[in-house]
Design a protein around this ligand. Structure first.
Ligand SMILES: Cc1cc2nc3c(=O)[nH]c(=O)nc-3n(C[C@H](O)[C@H](O)[C@H](O)COP(=O)(O)OP(=O)(O)OC[C@H]3O[C@@H](n4cnc5c(N)ncnc54)[C@H](O)[C@@H]3O)c2cc1C
Length: 483
């Protein structure tokens, strides 16, 4: 059923493209307005600087995009995306040393952010009534009687305006829509923030051919140290040697509140001081293909449009424009795709696009966003460097800091030995279950307690903490786990 003549999507990145897929069945035409000129292939562009850094596509996001665009996953893999099982294909340095390899239910598709966007863009271009207008900068909204009636934009030809029955704000973190609404008389939405001062620094490399014989792994991950004592600052880094299409990897170091290297020399030097020499050794075997890219645009930010007394009719928000996260948790694209799918479900049930529709969608979206948001808060609120409206009182922060890292290690340890804990942990990581629901599950609690007791008695089923200074062990410990 058609709900209107024209829907306009502001921004043609991940959230905008997913939204176009959600809107297509319900409008005569959908226009996506994008400021950048878009590349034909998988290339970086000005409006999406974060694409230089690794992007994990969580399984909830992969499914949501697949529900919006038939064949998305197959196309991503055909274009070079890698279908891997992280527990078997990733060397994971957690706790004091390397974890054991073992099979698990969770597989993931690895690719670059630019490839995800290229495949999405191709999918949108296949839709008959959807048009992507490039080189088009949105400059404002037109409003009447508590609703949005159109969009103002500018192109090389000059200023234009288009009437719209529904507008989707997918302009990302820097969206000006709340300011345009304020200029039209709406109150500024309450904005929740917590910037844990996360910095990412990344450099792209080409893998050697053939791969070194000891590299059973495709992805190398180094978690920040659990060591509370004196250690080099680099031991606090989260490190990824992240495989992407085209026989390439993105070497990335991230930290909460620390200075990170900006130059190629400093990048290589710093890499030698992380918790294992294997990261720098791996980089040494590869050929660099980029400069060093650094970003600090990583704070959690949730614009609570759902709390406006009278949210604007004819306007919805998808992606970073409404809720952006600390990228450490890899939730951005999946939350955007989840919101777009939710929008499609609401459009399918909507008789008309009135104030009730906007309020109902915002309420449902609030519930959806609360899951990734609480996960980000659970850890970021423990960092002393974090600033924002969600900064907890110092006593609460200290409790969180003291509890969250050991709780995380307990869950990771138990997941290694217990398939049920592993399944639920994978669901939480992939935004298929909330942390609260997992921790209320009696079977998970039993698994955690059992693991704790076994650990206290020194009776681990699966060995761990393999020497961090040596190569990660290739042995497969799959048979050592229990249901
Ligand atoms: C370092 C880093 C690592 C990350 N890692 C992950 C990860 O592992 N997994 C994950 O899921 N997410 C990750 N994210 C988050 C992810 O990048 C974002 O959530 C996602 O890209 C948001 O997409 P978006 O479409 O909402 O916004 P954006 O990608 O920011 O797109 C906004 C679009 O709007 C356009 N635009 C802006 N202004 C105008 C205008 N006036 N007129 C027209 N067009 C305009 C821009 O050109 C751009 O195309 C990471 C983010 C960062 C910073």
């Amino acid at each position: 059923m058609r709900l209107g003549k024209t829907a306009v999507v502001l921004g043609g990145s991940a959230a905008g493209l997913c939204s176009a897929g959600a809107l297509a069945p319900y409008f005569d035409r959908v226009l996506v307005l994008e400021r950048d000129e878009l590349p034909a292939g998988a290339e970086h562009r000005r409006g999406v600087p974060q694409s230089k850094h690794p992007h994990f596509l969580l399984n909830s996001g992969r499914r949501a995009i697949g529900a919006l665009f038939d064949g998305f996953e197959a196309d991503l893999i055909a274009a070079g995306g890698l279908h891997l099982m992280p527990s078997m294909d990733a060397a994971y340095l957690d706790g004091a040393g390397w974890s054991a390899r073992k099979r698990s239910a969770m597989t993931m598709v690895y690719s670059s952010r630019i490839l995800i966007e290229r495949v999405l863009r191709d999918k949108v271009r296949e839709l008959a009534d959807v048009e992507i207008r490039e080189g088009t900068a949105v400059t404002g909204l037109t409003t009447r009687d508590g609703g949005i009636t159109g969009v103002a934009f500018t192109t090389s030809e000059g200023d234009e305006h288009i009437d719209a029955d529904l507008v989707v704000d997918a302009l990302g973190r820097g969206s000006s829509v709340s300011a345009w609404l304020a200029a039209a008389g709406w109150p500024e939405p309450e904005t929740r923030t917590l910037d844990a001062k996360v910095t990412y620094t990344s450099r792209w490399y080409e893998l050697p051919a053939p791969r070194p014989a000891t590299w059973w792994w495709r992805h190398l991950v180094i978690m920040p140290t659990p060591d509370k004592g004196e250690h080099p600052a680099e031991h606090e880094y989260l490190v990824n040697f992240f495989p992407v299409e085209g026989n390439r990897v993105i070497a990335c170091m991230g930290s909460w509140g620390l200075d990170m290297p900006r130059t190629t020399d400093a990048f290589v030097e710093t890499a030698r001081r992380v918790r294992t020499p294997m990261f720098a050794a791996a980089m040494d075997r590869c050929a660099p293909t980029s400069e060093v890219h650094l970003t600090r645009s990583t704070g959690n930010k949730w614009r609570r449009y759902d709390r406006l007394r009278t949210p604007p009719k004819g306007l919805v928000f998808v992606g970073d424009s409404i809720c952006a996260f600390n990228p450490f948790y890899a939730q951005g694209i999946s939350s955007a795709a989840g919101s777009a799918l939710l929008l499609r479900d609401h459009l399918a049930r909507a008789g008309r696009l009135d104030a009730k529709f906007s309020a109902k969608f915002l309420a449902a979206q609030r519930k959806l966003l609360a899951v990734p948001w609480s996960l980000a808060m659970a850890r970021d609120q423990g960092y002393a460097c974090a600033e924002g409206t969600e900064k907890p009182r110092e006593w609460k922060r200290r409790i969180l800091a003291a509890v969250s890292a050991p709780a995380f290690s307990l869950i990771v340890g138990a997941a290694r030995e217990d398939e049920v804990v592993d399944e639920h942990f994978a669901k939480v990581f992939n935004l298929d279950e909330s942390l609260g629901d997992m921790l209320r599950n009696p079977r998970v609690i039993a698994g955690l307690v059992r693991y704790r007791v076994r650990a206290a008695l020194g009776r681990h089923r699966v060995p761990f903490d393999f020497d961090a200074q040596a190569e990660p062990p290739a042995t497969d410990y799959s048979t050592a786990t229990a249901r």
